[in-house]
Design a protein. Structure first.
Length: 54
């Protein structure tokens, strides 16, 4: 399920929205700011537990 995320600059100075393209084309900016989330799950899956050798 696609979801548009507002990526913001952090640190000193005023908070500003990040720009992903040189031209600032709204269609491209939206495409770069989109991420996909599986329904009912978070955006990332936890890594599988590593097996220990004994």
């Amino acid at each position: 399920m696609p979801s548009v995320t507002a990526y913001m600059r952090w640190g000193k100075g005023p908070t500003q929205r990040l720009r992903f393209t040189k031209t600032g084309d709204p269609n491209l900016e939206e495409a770069y700011a989109r991420h996909f989330v599986w329904p009912g799950k978070g955006p990332l899956h936890p890594p599988a537990p590593k097996e220990t050798r004994g």
